[in-house]
Write a protein that binds this ligand. Sequence first.
Ligand code: ADP
Length: 206
Amino acid sequence: MTTPAQTPSADAPAARRLLIVGPPGAGKGTQATRIAEALAIPAISTGDIFRANVSQQTELGVLAKSYMDKGEYVPDSVTNDMVRSRLAEDDATGGFLLDGYPRTLDQVDALDAVLADLGASLDAVLLLEVDSDAVVQRLVARGAEQGRSDDTEETIRRRLEVYAEQTAPLVDVYEKRGLVRRVDGMASIDDVTAALLAALGAPDAR
Ligand code: ADP
């Protein structure tokens, strides 16, 4: 594959500034890694960045853990600053796939401002649609396998509520901008990847 020229040109480059959205347990992390690899862009997961900070016991990690373990969102100001500096790194200049951000309307505004400062804009928002009973089962299973401290049944329920209250409304915002691409997240992992790539107009990498 050739790298598109830096200047905007008539031969439309593949969509490269992307978000992936969906409830906890939708499979965002799994798919984000695959899509980012296929498009040669970094997958940037705010959840992973927080967890790395928690395990290194940084100041940010200690703060984040107190929210994460209750299923609540880390305060926007903290998350927004973290994303702003991550998107300014060199590997994100040609594109990125953000997983788990934005999650609130305030974060949407913050991301718009960051991208405007970088002279960039979003190309597409991938929405993974899943059935809510299935996601609870997936998360309970993940908690047992990976020992994630926020994958307990009580926290899962709270995370799903917080998603419905605070994050689901973002879909309308991006829908109005014509950016949303809906994909059925209940299919097999490979089929979901293929559907996501097809939704982006990218060739199936398999
Ligand atoms: P999931 O989507 O499976 O719930 P993540 O790994 O994306 O898990 O996030 C885990 C936790 O990290 C969230 O419940 C929240 O506490 C925190 N977090 C991640 N991203 C954000 C964000 N954009 N804003 C606020 N908190 C966040």
